[in-house]
Design a protein around this ligand. Structure first.
Ligand code: UD1
Length: 420
């Protein structure tokens, strides 16, 4: 079914939102449920297309899942396969994260090479070398990766760069290895801390997440339990950016505000008032923003690449020019051509993009090219004169439970039109 989002610009945003559970936390945690042969209850589990893709993989592997309101119940006791077929791998690039977990549980795993990605080439070499360091033997034949982990041994894993996925894959695999593993130059994202906390709640022993050195004690007998996913900091950033450029007063609840500080710092610099509490953040804006110092994306705790498109969209009508430098992904300015259809002025040269604020944006027909690019189009539509029609919104549904529900609750005119 073809769906589109229809956005009428011009409304200020007022009110409160409770932020959904984190996509980037829940995906590795769903893979981690395979580490035990028991029932895990994942509370605050966001209902997303990427979560559906993970559920499809878990079921194919022989696990049972069902929803109880916003909790996903996963019973991994009857897992009886160690293969993820091509069709399921293609649904979501993060499915590669299942590799480490399946290896830990079954001592073997076969997956297809995850397909290309809209953000440019996203190789998995770091994932594979981390698993090899733990003793996995990996053979690639015809796009299929066959891994054997009969003798997984805890060891030192050095990551040449702090890849989030490779850190998670190494951590998961290390749970099934004999002895202690130390991961050096680990990614420090809050979602990795969430994964550590989940594994420890199941009886594991993982230390150091949030820092660059993580140690994992392998082969501990893990049990099921109940665990609550942290709030999605990128969804939080999206709604802060929306309120900043539309003007209004918005309070986001249930968020850890520290990981949002790079984004809220940028919005304060642009002229908003941002007040962070223990687990809520309040933003007030008159809707007229000014340009800010260069925004450079970097691994956590730097400015998140996932928030780059939404911050850029928030600055499309700002006074002056802002420079963005994208250091994580090669192809992360695909929203720019679509934004130009709405009258935005953004010049791109390689990793650098310069946004010059315009007095007006106008509604247009635009197309999502990836998840956060889609969110950027919604934010642009909220500031544009007239109607914006956004197609290919399945990209947005990968990561937002219901962006139209949340924005509508704040007073925006956004609705989903279901075509045939
Ligand atoms: C995760 C997030 C994604 C976020 C990204 C960076 C999830 C599900 N996704 O993606 O939303 O944008 O972190 O914060 O958590 N690389 C290699 N070889 C590898 C692995 C990565 O060269 O084997 C490169 C990538 O091409 C990229 C960089 O490392 O340039 C960072 O990627 P990585 O941190 O691995 O991102 P993901 O885990 O894919």
């Amino acid at each position: 079914m073809m769906c589109e989002l229809l956005v009428e610009g011009g409304e200020r945003l007022y009110g409160e939102l409770t932020i959904q559970g984190s996509k980037n936390s829940v995906l590795p945690i769903l893979a981690a449920t395979l580490l035990c042969a028991d029932t895990c209850v994942i509370e605050n589990c966001p209902k997303l297309r990427d979560v559906d893709a993970s559920i499809a993989i878990l079921r194919y592997l022989g696990c049972c899942t069902h929803w109880e309101d916003s909790a996903l119940v996963v019973d991994t006791a009857r897992m009886d396969r160690a293969v993820v077929p091509d069709a399921l791998m293609r649904e979501m690039r993060s499915s590669v994260i299942f590799l480490g977990a399946i290896l830990a549980r079954c001592k073997e795993a076969t997956i297809c090479y995850p397909g290309g990605c809209e953000l440019g080439p996203r190789p998995i070499d770091l994932h594979l070398s981390a698993l090899s360091a733990l003793g996995a033997e990996i053979r690639e034949t015809g796009g299929e990766l066959k891994c054997r982990g009969g003798t997984l041994l805890g060891s030192d894993v050095y990551l040449p760069m702090p890849s989030v996925g490779a850190t998670e894959n190494a951590l998961l695999c290390a749970c099934g290895a004999d002895g202690v593993t130390t991961i050096y130059n680990a990614a420090r994202e809050p979602e990795i801390v969430d994964l550590q906390n989940f594994i420890n709640a199941m009886g594991g022993n993982v230390r150091g997440a949030g820092g660059s050195i993580i140690t994992v004690e392998g082969k501990r007998a893990l049990h099921g339990g109940t665990y609550r996913i942290i709030a999605d900091r990128i969804a939080g950033a999206t709604y802060l950016c929306a309120a900043a450029c539309c003007g209004g007063e918005v309070r986001l609840r249930g968020v850890d505000t520290r990981p949002l500080s790079t984004v809220s710092g940028a919005l304060s610099e642009a002229g908003c008032t941002v007040k962070s509490g223990e687990d809520d953040v309040f933003l007030q804006s008159d809707g007229s923003l000014r340009s800010i110092r260069p925004v450079r994306t970097a691994p956590y705790p730097g400015f998140p690449t996932d928030a780059q498109p939404v911050l850029m969209a928030a600055l499309l009508k700002s006074a002056g020019s802002t420079v963005f430098v994208e250091n994580i992904f090669e192809n992360r300015y695909r929203h720019v051509d679509e934004l130009a259809r709405m009258g935005a002025e953004v010049r791109v040269a390689g990793r650098v993009a310069v946004v010059t604020g315009r007095e007006h944006l106008h509604g247009a027909r635009v197309k999502c090219t990836d998840l956060r690019a889609g969110a950027a189009l919604v934010i642009a539509g909220l500031q544009a004169d007239g109607l914006t029609r956004i197609s290919r919104i399945e990209h947005i549904d990968r990561g937002y439970e219901s962006i139209e529900r949340d924005l509508y609750a704040l007073g925006a005119h956004v609705r989903r039109e279901t075509g045939t």
